[in-house]
Design a binder for this molecule. Sequence first.
Ligand code: 5RP
Length: 305
Amino acid sequence: MPGAEPKQEQEQKDFAVATPFQQVPGFALKGCEGLDWGMKSRMSRIFNPKSGRTVMLAFDHGYIYGPTTGLERMDLTIPPLVPHVDCLMCTRGALRTCILPDCGKPVCLRSSSGSSILKDMSYELISVDIEDAIRLGASAITCQVYVGGEHEYETLRNLSYLINQGMKYGIPTLGVTAIGREMVRDSRYLGLATRLIAEVGAQFVKTYYCEKDFDEVVAGCPIPIVIAGGKKLPELDALKMAYNAISQGAMGVDMGRNVFCADDPIAMVQAVKAVVHNDEKPEKAFDLYQTLKNENKGKAKCKKG
Ligand code: 5RP
């Protein structure tokens, strides 16, 4: 134990008593002001504090679909994309086998499983202990909810359980609106599902973009919304979707197939980033995509000699 400070040092201390306490300013991210410090800190790893937005890369498809198109070799496809994104959304299996621990990117950890493409995909359980999420240094945890689906109750129970686990340790939960085939992807449905997820207590929500009244979905949801990419679209259309979602208040994207199945995934992720963080118009972002794609082609030719 160090001894008491010498009297002379004590007399030299400066408490700046005339200066009022420098109150920590409010936390800008939508609906996050009331969160604890650890939650806010993790949310700011995911959402770039400058733009307030995020480009998340979703590559958790394999836990349901196996080696799906574009993700046959995660070890080859994903690492080159990592430097360009703000957050990785994946399973613990993908993380431990294919991602360098010193990549410096926050992880939103897929924490549910229990079904495959061969059976009912909506029947899930929380399969990752919170201790394992902590061990992996996860910045967020996630599972999906089938609002209106046959397993609505079970998936909402999963979400509540995950949120409660996350609350214990300051780890935010991303609630995902998974949509059964029987549901219509309109603003009424997405508004219901996102609001429900927010009120159950998730810190952010992932949903799909809809052409009509998406701004109402955003307005009715008190937490940040990120949009899923959905099935593969032509690159310009995917950029238009991202632009429209962002300009109507989405705070980022959590895209998978529209990035890793693009003709040039590395160029595509950079174009998406320009839309999300710099409000780049889709046509300009598409120009960027093509320029980068041509450059990458050139580099590949050079390598081959
Ligand atoms: C499903 C998910 C997936 O990560 C997501 O839907 C995949 O992304 P994309 O649709 O862009 O390929 O959360 O619950």
